[in-house]
Design a protein around this ligand. Structure first.
Ligand SMILES: O=c1ccn([C@H]2C[C@H](O)[C@@H](COP(=O)(O)O)O2)c(=O)[nH]1
Length: 419
């Protein structure tokens, strides 16, 4: 709910109360899993075509689900991410993209929305990935039913022989905050959208896995585990559909590229979950290329420098006017983190886009420009709030007027949001 919508007797928390607040942040694993899930909903995502194989003299037609996937380095940086877009399976494509760029994948972790098929798994082993996390939903290969079991056995063998770890991960969203920058999505209430994803596995599955001593789901399934997993999954699906992932509202525009741009902006909104700024979370996604072939290059959120403990730096914005006693000199901005975490940079000036949950400040605008960002997508900006902030936000206007950067503002009006 926006401040202006608060009932008159309810005061928003003061700057100091905010600064003292303990922030519940989901783990990076949870955020990566949510991103993999969200990537399945990309307007670009497409189920790959069927593959026909000969098995025991008979033709079988194998059907596959699309999925979302991220490859994450041991230092927890996202090296590559995408959804299945067409013919090639996304896991294969991402691994090959990394390898052909000369990036070693030893010890990297893969987050996928579904258990990858054997075609993808053997490449994961070959690339020396360390671990795979996926949602406990229907696997990538889903038909014919009688073949699923056989492919799972092949996948399981690949995991077991090569010591590749796999866990089903149900994102736990119990304490997730609603960030101030989520207001754009809350102002325009998203129609309730039921996620059509069902937990695949039933009691029978868990029992079989245990009996087989399978490395998939290795470990004992304790009494009550399945129940908790089901509850967590239902909660996560509800959270995704209500708070962040609802159907893209028809009345928010980004000129004529609304669906894809809104999808990426919402991805930036998921990243806000990891911000440790007590007042304003900022998420940013840097991409490259035109909308047909847009590649995700870097993800970031604002926060105190790595390794910072709660009391290491001043956390308030307005408590004092003394520069070094406020949070501003210490917080690393979302876009800067996205730029510095980015890989996939074949440096082509002018080719990059930034999707961010706040307009860029006067420090970030020139950096974005000089790093090659030429388009910025952001939610509608509240100028009253900007004036209250300890940072300036006027330079972006100047860059737009000089046609150095184009800004696209998500607006609720009938008119396209280009400025
Ligand atoms: O371009 C920008 C501008 C600001 N941020 C960050 C910096 C701070 O952590 C917050 C702003 O805090 P206020 O208390 O709302 O002034 O946003 C950023 O990441 N990128």
């Amino acid at each position: 709910m926006a401040d202006s919508e608060l009932p008159s007797d309810v005061q928003p928390p003061s700057d100091i109360q905010l600064a003292e607040r303990h922030i519940e942040r989901p783990s990076k694993e949870v955020v990566f899993m949510l991103l993999a899930w969200w990537l399945e909903y990309s307007p670009d995502a497409k189920d790959p075509p069927d593959i026909t194989d000969m098995v025991e003299g008979e033709e079988i037609v194998k059907k596959y689900n699309k999925l979302g996937a991220l490859i994450v380095t041991p230092e927890t940086r996202v090296l590559a991410m995408d959804c299945t877009r067409g013919e090639a399976h996304v896991v294969q494509k991402l691994i090959l993209l990394c390898r052909t760029n000369g990036w070693m994948l030893d010890g990297c972790v893969l987050y996928t929305s579904r258990l990858p098929c054997s075609h993808c798994t053997k490449l994961m082993v070959q690339a020396k990935l360390k671990k795979v996390y996926c949602l406990p939903i229907e696997p990538e290969l889903y038909d014919p039913k009688e073949f699923i079991d056989s492919d799972r056995k092949a996948v399981d063998k690949l995991y077991r022989i090569n010591g590749l770890g796999i866990s089903y991960l149900t994102p736990n969203v119990t304490n997730l905050k609603v960030s101030p920058s989520e207001e754009i999505f809350i102002n325009v209430r998203t129609p309730k959208y039921e996620l059509k994803r069902e937990l695949l596995f039933d009691e029978e599955f868990y029992r079989d896995e245990e009996a087989a001593g399978s490395s998939v789901n290795a470990g004992k399934w304790k009494e009550g585990h399945l129940k908790r997993c089901k509850e967590d999954f239902a909660k996560a699906a509800r959270w995704l559909s209500d708070k962040t992932f609802g159907e893209i509202p028809k009345d928010i525009h980004f000129a004529n590229r609304s669906a894809k741009a809104m999808h990426t902006l919402r991805m930036a909104n998921i990243l806000v979950l990891r911000s440790d700024d007590p007042k304003t979370g900022v998420g940013a996604v840097i991409t490259k290329g035109d909308s047909e072939n847009e590649v995700y290059c870097g993800l970031g959120w604002n926060g105190f420098p790595q390794g910072a403990q709660h009391s290491d730096y001043p956390r308030a914005a307005e408590k004092t006017d003394v520069h070094h006693e406020r949070k501003y000199p210490y917080v690393v901005h979302g876009e800067i983190n996205a730029l510095s975490n980015g890989r996939n940079w074949h440096y082509v000036p002018g080719d990059f886009k930034s999707y961010q949950t706040k307009i860029p400040c006067d420090d970030c605008t020139p950096v974005l420009y000089e790093m090659g960002v030429r388009e910025i997508y952001h939610p509608s900006s509240d100028s009253k709030k900007r004036q209250k902030s300890g940072i300036g936000y006027s330079k972006i206007q100047e860059y737009c007027e000089k046609k150095k950067i184009k800004c696209f503002e998500a607006t609720k009006s009938d008119k396209p949001g280009e400025k």
